[in-house]
Design a protein around this ligand. Structure first.
Ligand code: XMP
Length: 567
């Protein structure tokens, strides 16, 4: 699909920040691809590659850490080693890596001291100089932006400065104790260890720190200088071009066969829906949405409206509320609830898909994202290409279609924020695009204990008031609404009744917890520091409107130790 596009290849040795390297470089307008650190570097893999980045790793080069295909050192491409990546290059090329007496972690000052090989890497060294703005480095790549594709110009008149200091972000327990032949040390950490190494002849550079991490000073500049100054990349990765390629691929894959998409109501599947509707003849696209009865207020209508606006005709909305509530009756254990919902979802999905009577040749579309394909933390070897287990959990339908080569996953090269940009480009409603994440089991994990229709209705009402108010109220920062400021917000119904007063009598009502967190990926989360006035007003609105609720609390636990959801 994207074979003709130039790209930067990232070898993933398992660092938590590998995906971030890819994102940073894509933000510059250069397409990136992440593959397993030990993937064979065949001609096909290296097609269009302008440079290779070797990522960090939690492992050690002399321990469990894996090595790249040796061809990496023979293919003539520029290389950038980051942390383990640099240690890997050093070991593979005849240098030595040993444990540090004391781990270097966090912000560490680095001094760049230049040897006699300045001219060779002057483009790269410009990145370390605070006097050179990022824009200038980006411009050196392609002053005309996406439309022009000429090769980069050198940075004008850059003379490397003799000593430059900046604060890098480090996290390593090993260090280079002997550089590989041909390398020189251009930067040293405050504790006296090598921080930047450059090869005198070849376009090979390495840093002991993590330029992809936002609190690494000059981090973006360093990545940009590698991409443009050393790899001579052009800025040609734009969403418009991506869509062109994806559409062509979609049409070719589907041919005249019907395409079926199972819509969850989230951003990813809705954007895939939009892509199908805008690419294939409308009649060819079938969209199926299963309403479990565990959805938020008006959720089904919002999804339906968004898809109809995009032209959907074959929209199959299955109301399965009764079945789900019956299966959940009397069940209190969170894991049991999750399993019942997952299993029933698969049963209903199979039944309903069969009842559509589509020909065997139909293709199944999925909203799989790039990050779903890179197993977090262990992006090594075979495992790296496995779909994360929470996705399409063991669905026989999906498995069978995958085996038959009848799956299309048009978002599998995109990050979440790119999916949102694509959705906007395709005209998907902002209501759907900006939506907070919602767990597959829905309200069932937000009603602690047994799930009943009555409790679902109570929670739906309370949650809708909370969310509507977040959307209506401006954030203290002044940029957008409170809803935009938090990563995820919702209400939770606790299995506890507490006492209150109603006129002259005592009244027992349910307890509701409000949760609002900030996060970048849901792996960790901080409590949103809610303006107290807003909290008090929203609490009052909820207890006024939803009579069954007697008390409202705000959850002030971060993750860890708590999780985002309550069950
Ligand atoms: P936790 O509660 O694990 O949540 O901190 C992290 C993120 O994952 C969502 N979540 C789920 N999503 N099925 C899903 O599809 C689930 O069973 C599930 N549990 C949690 C949660 O909403 C948050 O965004």
């Amino acid at each position: 699909m994207m074979n003709k596009t130039e790209k930067m290849l990232i070898l993933d040795f398992g660092s938590q920040t590998t995906a971030l390297i890819g994102r940073r470089i894509r933000e510059f307008g250069v397409y990136t691809e992440i593959i397993a650190g030990d993937a064979p570097l065949t001609e096909a893999v290296l097609n269009g590659v302008k440079g290779v980045i070797l990522s960090g790793s939690p492992e050690s080069v002399y321990g469990e850490g894996i090595a790249p295909d040796k061809r990496i050192y023979e293919c003539g491409l520029p290389l950038l080693g980051i942390c383990y990546g640099l240690q890997r290059m050093t070991t593979d090329l005849g240098g030595l890596v040993e444990p540090l007496p004391k781990v270097e972690y966090g912000g560490i000052e680095v001094e760049i001291k230049l040897g006699g090989q300045k001219a060779k890497h002057s483009q790269f060294l410009a990145a370390f100089d605070a006097a050179i703005p990022l824009n200038q480095i980006l411009e050196s790549g392609d002053a005309g932006g996406a439309e022009k594709t000429r090769a980069c110009e050198p940075l004008p008149d850059y003379t490397p400065q003799p000593a430059v200091r900046f604060t890098a972000w480090m996290s390593h327990g090993d260090t280079l104790t002997r550089l590989a032949p041909g390398f020189v040390q251009a930067g040293t950490s405050a504790s006296g260890f090598p921080a930047v190494a450059l090869h005198q002849e070849k376009p090979w550079v390495g840093v002991q720190f993590h330029p992809e991490v936002s609190h690494c000073e000059r981090g973006s500049e360093i990545l940009a200088a590698f991409a443009f100054g050393i790899c001579h990349c052009k800025k040609e990765w734009t969403m418009e071009r991506y869509v062109e390629g994806v559409r062509a691929g979609l049409s070719a894959r589907a041919g005249d066969n019907p395409a079926l998409l199972l819509i969850s109501g989230g951003v990813d599947s809705t954007v895939v829906g939009a892509l199908l509707l805008k690419t294939l003849p409308i009649e060819q696209t079938h969209l199926m949405y299963i309403d479990t009865g565990l959805m938020r207020k008006n959720e089904t209508q919002v999804v339906k409206k968004a898809l109809e606006k995009l032209g959907a005709k074959n929209l199959h909305i299955i109301n399965a509320e009764t079945e789900f509530l019956a299966a959940l009756k009397g069940k209190e254990d969170p894991e049991a609830k999750r399993k019942i919902i997952g299993d029933l979802f698969i049963t209903i999905q199979e039944r309903e898909v069969a009842s559509l009577g589509l020909p065997e040749s139909y293709v199944l579309a999925q909203g799989t994202l790039y990050t779903d394909l890179i197993e977090s933390g262990k992006g090594v070897g075979e495992k790296a290409r496995l779909i994360k287990s929470h996705h399409n959990v063991g669905s026989p339908l999906v498995d069978a279609k995958r085996k038959a080569g009848k799956i299309i996953e048009p978002l599998d090269r995109l990050y979440k924020d790119e999916v949102r940009a694509l959705g906007r480009l395709l005209g998907v409603d902002e209501d759907v695009i900006a939506r907070h994440p919602f767990p597959g089991p829905g309200l069932a994990v937000r009603i602690l204990g047994e799930v009943t229709k009555e409790k679902c209705d109570i929670l739906r009402e309370a949650d809708a008031i909370f969310i509507d108010e977040l959307k209506r109220r401006r954030a203290p920062s002044g940029t957008g609404s409170l809803y935009d400021e938090v990563w995820q917000a919702f209400a939770v119904l606790l299995p506890a009744r507490s006492v209150g007063v109603a006129g002259d009598s005592r009244k027992y009502g349910w307890t509701l917890a409000l949760r609002a967190i900030v996060s970048s990926d849901g792996m960790t989360a901080d409590v949103y520091r809610f303006p107290m006035e807003d909290l008090l007003e929203i609490s009052g609105m909820i207890t006024n409107a939803v009579k069954e609720i007697g008390r409202v609390t705000y959850d002030i636990s971060s993750k860890p130790p708590a999780t985002i959801e309550w069950e």
